[in-house]
Design a protein. Structure first.
Length: 272
């Protein structure tokens, strides 16, 4: 699933092509996504202008006059800038034609993504957004925030930092990499980690995500960015997907275990 760096990379890729453009036409070819595409999508968006291309967690937000288009890429979705007249490919599900020749087109083989619309006043209370925690690269996310929320928690710290109510966008790949950089075992109980270690972990989460965004995200299978290009952060991974390979710090073999039904990669020697 595209994680926060992939979504942010997509946002940055489509923003120059969408910002301050009017929506000429909305075409929905396949509306049966994770949630049905609203039948009045075209009516609400056509002839509006895109004033801002934003992101909240793993959701993309297009600010269109008084309307807000909320997009999710699902498991395998991607947004591309194309010409509005380009032939449709298999699994192209909708298109927003903009002023000029370009269009924003959504491609999703598994159809787990979403395209929803709401009024500006409804955005903060939207069911998909209202319970989200702070952005990981913001000042609101820090070691003190994690330490406070972790009190008496027996939950594994990896699952704890992947909870979007604590912080948004720390998915499986980046949680593994940040915990490795901070020297914290992924199965350690969240409530048994000191404030100084949480401060280090918060800093490592910020650094790992910032590097991933700079590299265009991590391509593991389906992800491509807004220009149709893959991300390259996978070339910088230390432990994720490296089962049995030598740890880049101590050369001991990287191990793996299941936490929260997800594979968790770590170095038992470096992470305590």
């Amino acid at each position: 699933m595209p994680e926060l760096p992939e979504v942010e990379t997509t946002r940055r890729g489509i923003e120059p092509w969408c910002l301050n453009h009017k929506i000429r036409k909305v075409e929905v070819w396949q509306g049966a996504l994770r949630w049905p595409v609203p039948g009045d999508l075209a009516q609400r968006l056509e002839r509006t202008a895109i004033h801002k291309v934003d992101r909240r967690g793993k959701y993309l937000l297009l600010h269109c006059d008084s309307q807000r288009l909320l997009l999710h890429l699902g498991m395998s979705g991607s947004l591309r800038i194309t010409k509005a007249t380009d032939p449709r490919r298999k699994h192209d599900h909708w298109q927003i034609a903009l002023s000029g020749e370009q269009a924003l087109r959504y491609h999703d083989p598994r159809r787990f993504g979403a395209a929803l619309v709401c009024n500006e006043s409804e955005l903060d209370s939207h069911k998909l957004l209202r319970h989200l925690g702070p952005e990981p690269l913001s000042k609101d996310f820090n070691g003190a925030h994690m330490s406070l929320r972790s009190r008496n928690r027996k939950q594994a710290v990896k699952n704890f930092i992947m909870d979007s109510r604590l912080v948004v966008g720390v998915g499986n790949i980046y949680a593994a990499e940040a915990l490795f950089a901070a020297g914290i075992h992924p199965a350690r109980a969240a409530g048994r980690i000191s404030l100084p270690r949480y401060e280090r972990l918060a800093n490592e989460i910020k650094q790992v995500l910032a590097k991933a965004i700079e590299s265009g995200g991590t391509t593991l299978r389906d992800y491509v960015n807004g220009s149709g290009n893959p991300g390259y952060f996978s070339q910088q991974l230390n432990v994720y997907g490296k089962l049995g390979e030598p740890c880049p710090v101590c050369s001991k073999p990287v191990k793996s275990r299941i936490l929260g039904q997800r594979s968790s990669f770590y170095c038992a020697n470096c992470q305590r």
